[in-house]
Write a protein that binds this ligand. Structure first.
Ligand code: FUB
Ligand code: ZN
Length: 668
């Protein structure tokens, strides 16, 4: 399927999915194509509630945070419209761009005069700061130094592009491009796009192998995705070429030339030769997502194959059950294979977002259900936990365990609970733009019909071979497993309607037709169930997914979780919080009895109606010894009482205040 027919995903999310844009000459191809803007709509349930909170609270409050923390003032200072000294991390501008992107997608979902006014005002602030030659980075323009000390130490710099490993100049540019495409697609206004195009033109002139050009890469990828998206929006092939150049330039010693170790920056190995992800997790997955864009748009099968290998290795050895990515606080980095500590997990919210972006691009490129599965796991767990149900409190780090007595020694410590903002605020506006662009992850089309990848109440209308297919989706997923798809309009010729059967859904069933004459068939997990034929208005297809609670064990090499089990239900990973234990029982002394029944335990209205899960447990302890090590034959703790364990979705933990929690529970 040509990506020119319906643009591939872009920006953060399926951004590319939201408009047709000008057709660009490209040999690229993806297996699946995103649906047109507004064609897929979330209208209720789990995600719609979060989108509402995002729209009503997070985005308006976000603009205030950008004022309070100085992000907008930095740009005003660079523009010369305000006196003062720029504040904050070197990438403060990127938070403005992420916020703009969020506001734009939100306006695209449901037009709002207030959002449009905000977008225009903030765009004006950004545009005023741009230098004559298109360069834009308020901190570098004003402070003359974009450098912050990094793990390898840093010599400092006082000029543009002189210290790209740390300066984030391209990182900010990439986020600007993503925001600009979103604003253009959602509002039809070109103001921010013009700024992004001028900056991109400047980058095209400045970077590359040509005479007088700089051969260097930014330490933090994202500009690759931004340039690819700008190419889709404008049809200007130079942007895609530069994205490809940045991808190819990695692994060629450019970061090392600045005196830094390359691993942290995903610069140790060429992207097309890498077999895993390593180093700083957000950088690694943003780079991979940008490389997937390049592979798809250029039809580079070798690069795509390398990305498949890397994704598979990440999933098999470096991904938390929650879909969280990055197991080290040190360097916010991926660890070694199976190095997945629960309590010290980093699993940054931004890394889950980057994982979603990469998975989406791989899904489009390959049509393989495993990417939609991974995307779902990351979204419902590692990502969703990053934001409170109220929509305006955030986790930066998403550990899978907090112990009794944990002391929050860092603003990112999970023990402190979610925060309204951070000095380094990459995650909050990243959450905002992801929530406001979620609709486009629901569905795609191909030469045979339409695919539903994620399930939520809503509707999808898309052009498929032969005409228009309009569907209404009725479901209470993830709480209930029935997904009813009603056809409202269909072409007169046959089409294929494909519904993803998640990998965990053994025993799923596909029903077709009215209840008295419905046909029913078992459909395999981890693939698409295809209802093929000529549909007429009123036809119904129902997918029934078994969402009963289940136990999951860790891979034998994950030392940290050895001897433990986790509870899952449908796409949701569950967690036990000390809040739900009887008074006086410490979660650290609790074990799970796997022989006990697992059952639903009603809903928790304080958690937005989340279905709770009940399991049998025991409380064993505390140990009476005065030491953390005991003779092997020392008696077990005296207390050993049966206990009812109640678990809640991991995504909802700490919404009743922080406290001890665990996903992996030791077994009796
Ligand atoms: O460097 C920009 C952002 O800040 C990264 O993506 C996050 O991990 C945080 O370090
Ligand atoms: Zn972040």
């Amino acid at each position: 399927m040509s990506t020119t027919a319906a643009q591939t995903p872009g920006t953060t999310a399926p951004a590319g999915a939201t408009t047709a844009g000008p057709a660009a000459p490209t040999p690229g191809s993806t297996r699946l194509a995103p649906v047109a803007p507004g064609a897929a709509r979330l209208e209720g349930g789990w995600w719609a509630a979060r989108q509402r909170a995002n729209r009503e609270r997070a985005i308006p409050e976000g603009r205030q945070h950008l004022e309070e923390w100085g992000n907008l003032d930095n740009l005003r200072i660079a523009a010369g419209t305000r006196e003062g000294v720029v504040r904050g991390p070197v990438f403060m501008d990127s938070d403005v761009y992420k916020w703009l992107e969020a506001a734009a997608w939100e306006h695209g979902r449901e037009p709002s005069a207030q959002l449009l006014q905000d977008i225009r005002e903030v765009t004006a602030v950004v545009a005023a700061a741009q230098a004559e030659d298109g360069y834009l980075d308020s901190v570098v323009q004003e402070r003359g130094s974009a450098v912050e000390p990094g793990p390898d130490g840093d010599a400092g710099s006082r000029e543009r592009y002189s210290h790209l490993p740390w300066s984030h100049e391209h990182y900010c540019a990439g986020h600007l491009m993503q925001a600009a495409v979103a604003v253009s697609r959602a509002t039809g206004e070109r103001g921010l796009l013009d700024v992004a195009v001028r900056l991109a033109d400047h980058l095209v002139e400045t970077f590359g192998d040509g005479p007088g050009q700089i051969r260097d890469v930014d330490g933090h990828p994202v500009v690759e995705m931004g340039l690819a998206e700008l190419f889709r929006e404008t049809g200007d092939r130079r942007y895609l070429d530069l994205a490809g150049w940045f991808v190819e330039a990695r692994g060629q010693g450019l970061v090392a030339a600045h005196g830094h170790g390359p691993t942290y920056f995903s610069d140790r190995v060429r992207v097309r030769e890498a077999t895993t992800v390593e180093g700083h997790a957000v950088r690694a997955v943003y780079l991979a997502a940008g490389a997937a864009d390049v592979a798809a748009e250029t039809g580079d099968a070798e690069l795509l194959e390398a990305l498949r290998t890397q994704f598979a290795h990440m999933l098999a050895t470096k991904t938390y059950l929650t879909g969280g990515l990055g197991s080290r606080w040190d360097g916010e980095a991926f660890g070694d294979p199976y190095e997945l500590p629960s309590d010290r997990a980093y699993a940054e919210t931004c890394a889950a977002i980057g994982g979603v972006q990469w998975a989406w691009r791989m899904l489009l490129a390959t049509g393989d259900a495993l990417y939609a599965d991974a995307l779902e796991r990351m979204l419902y767990n590692g990502f969703a936990a990053g934001v409170s149900l109220s929509g305006d409190q955030y986790f930066y780090v998403n550990a899978l365990q907090v112990r009794g007595g944990a002391h929050p020694d860092h603003e990112r410590s999970v023990a402190a609970g979610r925060q309204t903002w951070f000095g380094c605020a990459c995650c909050p506006p990243n959450v905002m733009r992801t929530l406001s662009s979620l609709d486009a992850y629901l569905a795609t089309t191909d030469d045979e019909g339409l695919q539903l990848h994620q399930y939520a109440p809503g509707r999808v209308e898309a052009d498929v071979p032969g005409g228009r297919l309009s569907l209404v989706v009725e479901t209470a997923y993830p709480w209930h497993g029935s997904v009813v798809v009603r056809v409202e309009q269909a072409p007169e010729s046959p089409v294929a309607l494909s519904l993803r059967v998640p990998g965990w859904a053994e025993g799923a069933v596909l029903r077709r037709g009215a209840s008295d004459e419905a046909t029913e068939e078992s459909v395999p997990a981890g693939a698409y169930a295809v209802a093929r034929g000529t549909f007429t208005p009123g036809d119904v297809v129902e997918l029934v997914l078994p969402v009963a609670p289940r136990l999951t064990r860790p891979h034998a090499r994950v030392d940290d979780a050895r001897g433990c089990l986790a509870l899952e239900r449908g796409p949701l990973v569950y967690a036990v919080e000390e809040h739900d234990l009887p008074e006086g029982v410490a979660l650290d002394d609790v074990v799970l009895d796997p022989t006990g029944a697992l059952e639903d335990a009603g809903t928790d209205e304080a958690l937005d109606g989340a279905v709770r899960v009940r399991a049998r447990g025991r409380v064993r302890g505390p140990e009476s010894g005065a030491s953390t090590w005991l003779p092997a034959d020392a008696p077990a703790p005296g207390r050993d009482d049966e206990l009812e364990l109640v678990a809640v979705p991991y995504a909802t933990w700490a919404n009743r205040g922080p406290g001890p929690v665990r996903v992996w529970v030791p077994t009796a």
